[in-house]
Ligand binder design. Sequence first.
Ligand code: CU
Length: 366
Amino acid sequence: MSLTRLCAGLVTFALLASPATSQAQTPSVRIMDEPGKGHLTILIGPVDLPSMVMPGEHMEHAAHMMVLPPVQTVTVPIDAYLYGFGFDVADADGKPVPNQVVHHLNLIDPDHRELFLPISQRIGAVGGETGNQEVPGAIKYLVGVPMKAGQRVVVSLMLHNPTPTDYHGVTVRYYWKYVKGGRRWPLFSLQPFQLDVAFPAGDKSFDLPPGKSSKSYEGKPAVPGRILVIGGHLHELATSLKLEDATTNRLIWEGKPFTDKDGTVNRLPVGYLYRKLGVKLDTSHAYRVTVSYDNPGADTIRAGGMGVVAGVFLPSDPWPTVDSTDPLYAIDRKHYLRELNGNYSTLLAEEAAVANPPKRSTNRSR
Ligand SMILES: [Cu+2]
């Protein structure tokens, strides 16, 4: 069994285990400005990562070694426009650690909404297969994602170690490349967006039945504008990820996963749509993300699937603020803070149980 598929299967297990690990070290999350490099850097660690690979043993036995540093919120120190990102991992001695130890890193802005849903905005996500990316060429001097000093960012990281080597004192360093705010340029403020087949809330992984299957989610954008850059994330055995205008049945983008020259599976091409001035989104239309899988085995792969389109959007209206009293906002926030676990229907059931606790029998002495 391949590591990628296995690790995907471990996600749900790890989320249910609380606390995930007993660490001798206390990992922290901090953000810092590195003006010399033009980097706004988020550091998470240190964390010990013993190898999950045990000779002659089945990998499932190592599931408890999924490492979840606590979810923390940091405050952006400067006004900046972001035009790219990257990440690397180092051990206690500063030696490089393979990027594949990062299972998922999610960066969430709790004060701005998503394009297609009234939930917190996803402003960054990487996994071991994600390369470093930036807006190419001179475009970065024309566009950027605005960040304001004082803005909050929620940082959620899941680590594992599918390599045969133990790593100690591991720190993950995620950095945004930026140009300073307060200039005449960038001229255009961009917004990141995601449309996930497992929206509106809850765990983003789902089971893969044998054979061909697909999963979709549809939403309407809150503001009109243009998609300039589009890509996404999926898991092994995926055959396609696409975004369509569901109102007109027009295909906007389709990505077919490929294996790159380094042998990394599940890479998706990134579409730079600005060459045709982007793809226009209309608030009266619904847009649909669909991921397709083909599982050649006889068994369902638990939590083996994932499918999310992510991109950069040029809104033509001001970006709407969040309504923190919206029930969907609240339930999504509890999920990313790991206060609630499970898929959307599980979350709804848990919320209902809290609101209407089952009546206790009267003859029980408590
Ligand atoms: Cu995934």
